[in-house]
Design a protein around this ligand. Sequence first.
Ligand SMILES: Nc1ncnc2c1ncn2[C@@H]1O[C@H](COP(=O)(O)OP(=O)(O)O)[C@@H](O)[C@H]1O
Ligand SMILES: [Mg+2]
Length: 267
Amino acid sequence: MKKPIDMDTLLVQLDRLKLTAIRDQLDTLLDEAARSKMTLREALSFLVTREIARRDERRISMSSKLAQFPFVRELDSFDFEAQPSLDPGQLRDLATCRWIAHGDAVLFLGPPGTGKTHLAVALGREAIRQNYSVQFVTAATLVAMLAKAHADGALDKQLTILSRPKLLIIDELGYLPFEANAAHLFFQLVSRRYEKGAMLLTSNRSVGEWGSVFGDPVVATAILDRLLHHSTVITIRGDSYRLREKRRSGLLQKAGSTLETNSTATQ
Ligand SMILES: Nc1ncnc2c1ncn2[C@@H]1O[C@H](COP(=O)(O)OP(=O)(O)O)[C@@H](O)[C@H]1O
Ligand SMILES: [Mg+2]
């Protein structure tokens, strides 16, 4: 005669194997398997699928926290009709993350409120789903980190840390002009990651204005030379999405775009 299964022992065994999703929901899962009249194979696959789903969920949530996104946004919630200057197919292509595997760069250029950070976060979250490490940082924070490390004689260490994530997202380049030496520090980061780690940059300035953003046209050219070598440049035109509702209700006049038009893609 078969010995009845001691559920406590089973729970300890599941714990030992770190099958925590199965352990936590054992009764519910087994009831469901019985109710659906699953074969043993189906039941095993059902349990394992649940365990994997929980692990993926945990990994994504942990990696998203580590990435330090400013908010949660997805490509699905992006209203492409409100932003006709964007090609949804091109964004879907970027969401495959092939460019990340190749260590390429993506630049989103456009006036404030046009969805640059939204798209950057959405692509960053997609990258995490596909198991790439991601770090999000604003240009101002990044430059402050590099300047501090430089002053402390720890620049090399900081550059190594910033070279680790497979995708580095640098948001809001150009909102603040760089201080002296910052352009050079930024150049060192770009050189370190060049052709190794992917970068996604957002800026409210067109590439032609980067000389004044960096305060040094020679360094700006050297930075752009590397960034644009294997890159996709997406220029978003149009008005702020944030102000759209207000404008609709007549609170605001239609504002003109301040960003110069630019090429939409280079390869
Ligand atoms: N086309 C859009 N569809 C849906 N939400 C959008 C769109 N464009 C912008 N938003 C939302 O408007 C706000 C501002 O967008 P954001 O990405 O921060 O703009 P930017 O970084 O270009 O200044 C965010 O909450 C973002 O989710
Ligand atoms: Mg932004």
